[in-house]
Structures are given as C-alpha cells and as structure tokens.
Design a binder for this molecule. Sequence first.
Ligand SMILES: Nc1ncnc2c1ncn2[C@@H]1O[C@H](COP(=O)(O)OP(=O)(O)OP(=O)(O)O)[C@@H](O)[C@H]1O
Length: 401
Amino acid sequence: MQLLAIRGLKKSFSLYHSPLDRLKERLLGGLRHRDYCALNNIDLTLSAGESLALIGQNGAGKSTLLKLITGVLLPDAGVIERQGRVTGLLELGTGFDHELSGMDNISVNARLLGMSAAEIEMRRATIVEFAELGDYIHEPMRTYSSGMLMRLGFAIAIHADPSCFVVDEALSVGDARFQQKCLRKIRAFQAQGGSLLFVSHDLTSVKLLCNRAIVLDKGQKVFEGTPEAAVNYYYQVIARLEATENASTPTDKTGYGLKNVQMTSAWLHNGIVKTESFSAGEQAYLCIQVIAQQEIKDLELGILIRDRFGQDIFGTNTALLEHELPLNFPAGQQTQLELSFPMNLGIGKYTVTLALHKDMDHLEHCEHWWDNALEFEVAGFHTPIFSGLTYLPLTLKQTLQ
Ligand SMILES: Nc1ncnc2c1ncn2[C@@H]1O[C@H](COP(=O)(O)OP(=O)(O)OP(=O)(O)O)[C@@H](O)[C@H]1O
C-alpha cells in the first residue's frame, strides 16, 4: 500500500531585503521581493513498511519537504496524496502553546496530530512516562530546554499511532541516552510495519534505519537509491564534483576526483601471501599502486572501512595521523603505498574505500576517491574470542583494599 505519493511538488519563498519592504509591499503594492525556489518538481513515493531518508546539504530543501508532507506548509504546485496518519518530530516547538504546561500541551499537540479525545486519554500516561520530564510536565513549556521540548514532541508523535513517522534533525538535541531510547522506539515501530521518513546529517543512522534514500541538492532531487549508494553520491555532491548515478556501486572501478594522481590497484596481504580473509587481531598490510600524470605534492591518503550494512567502522587519513608526512608523487612515475595495521575487527565482511586528497578531508581538493576499492572478511580469531565490532586489548588489575 502506498502511504505517500508526491508529484511535481514546488515551493518558493518570498525573500525581502528587510521587514519594512514586506510591510511596504502589503500596504503600497509593487514588487519588493524576489522569489526563492526551495523545492522544484519533486516526485516521491513511500510504501507501507518502507523507510526513506532525505539527505542533502544545509538549505537543500529537506525540512521544507517534510513540512509540506506534514501539512505545516502548503505547496505552490504539485500533488501530495497521503494515506493514514503522518506524525513526527519537526522543528522543535511546532504545534505547542508555550504558555501551557506540558501536560496540557499533550492534548493540544495530539489533537493537531489527529488523535481523538478518547485516544489522548488512553495514551496520556504512556506519553508522560516516555518523556521522563518528572514534575516539569506541569510547568509552562516556555521553561523547557530544547531537549525537553524534543522529549515531549517525540513521545506524543510516536504514540499517536502513525502510519508514517517523520523525523527531522530535532532528534539530535536529545541527550545520548534519550536518543538511544528514541531510536529503539523507532526500530520497534518499523518492526511492526511502520514507515519512516528520516532527515539526518548523521549518515550512519541513515544507513542503519532506512532502506531507500533521496539526495536533494538546491531544491532538486538528484539521486534516489539504496542508502549506501545515496550516501556515496552525496559525498560526491559535497566534494563539488560531477556525480554520476553509478559512480558509487561496488562494481565501479574508477571512482571520482581530479585524477591527476590515480590509484590503479589495491590489495591486502598478511605478510606472506595476498589474501582477502583474516583472523581478528592478525597483522594486515594494505598495498596501493598509484600513478601520477603530473607532479603533485602534499597529498594525504585516506581509508574508510565499512561493514556489510555500509556502516562506517573506521576511517582516518594521513593528515590526522600526526606522525605521517604528506605524500609527494613525481610525474609519470608509479608508486606503491603500504598501510599496516592489526585487524582488530569482529567477525564479518567489510569493504575498504580509499582516497587521495589534500588537507584534512576530501571536500576541497580530491584527486581520487575510490569507493569499495576492495573487500575482505574477518573469519576467525587470532585474539581471545570476543563479540561485537572491534577488539580492545584489555588488562585487569585487582587491588585489595
Ligand atoms: N520560511 C522561509 N522563508 C524564506 N526562506 C526559507 C524559509 N524556509 C526555508 N527557506 C529557504 O529554503 C531553503 C531550503 O531550506 P530547508 O530548511 O528546507 O533546507 P534543509 O535542507 O532542511 O537545510 P538544513 O540541513 O540546514 O536543515 C533554504 O535556502 C532556506 O533558507
């Protein structure tokens, strides 16, 4: 069943130089503003049980799209068809009367979300308990911190029995423990067949929570695909490079960048033979062949290891490793780089992404970003047996007191 179908959605805002211009236009007429197109010609669908992420740079149009979907804003053109109840956590404080107490606002906000008086009374105690605001629940909401606003907003919206739950960046103002509690609740909601529309700059949670993602750029939909492919595409957008739809699939061997210096092959070995299979704790060596078309100085080598869910497990680059000097590549010459490290990772399959760039990240000057340059598996233990993603060498000290 399709919960959401959006076609040709468009939204512009009127921008005025000053509030006085706005007033003059109202009173005296004449054009004193310019239109800014925040969203243009957006199509999207969301089916029951699907979780869709919207990613994009600041100002790309993500929040505007969520506000249109939840009915907080009206579109200039296009169609939004909704099935079922859409609730969520948008800009903090939306839908609350700040002079009223949190308890009274449960009724106000829940009514706006479409709950009946009987539903509200039935769920009031659960909402209060989930929000964990203690006696503050009886205080006016103007006294609440942003984290407290978020707690109550989330508690009401998730208990409003939505078909589609919308989460904007507001979730990030909660403290770490409460955020984890919200994420557990969102996962339980998904497990029961609920749909999610998720906006976040935290690309790891995008990959963990969603099964599809859309990249917005300057109000346009520029990519739609799996979260991993969308995140890779987004990296290209922020690296200000021409992006292509298939540039980030695991089969793509070329990667992107200026490519005056290019990595041509990469492999792993264990000190004896080339291998793609390691035991946890075993020493691993990552070799990279590089060829330079022209002389380039002061490049950094970056590495990003992801697990089978596309979740970033470990990433760093030589600019962050203070003991490593930047790399120089003479023109026309082939070079081999080798990184060695103990494979302190848990059992599982991993990919390695490599980059050659200037400075601390690849955003300004990227010579070569090579997604999923190679794959490997950790399949046994060279360390004591452990569970989880990573091995931490522990020592125990007992002191009698
Ligand atoms: N009420 C408004 N009046 C004028 N311009 C607006 C208004 N709301 C949003 N905009 C503009 O529309 C564009 C899209 O804004 P939006 O908040 O949707 O972006 P976003 O992708 O959510 O960004 P962020 O990641 O920073 O939250 C921005 O340029 C913003 O300045």
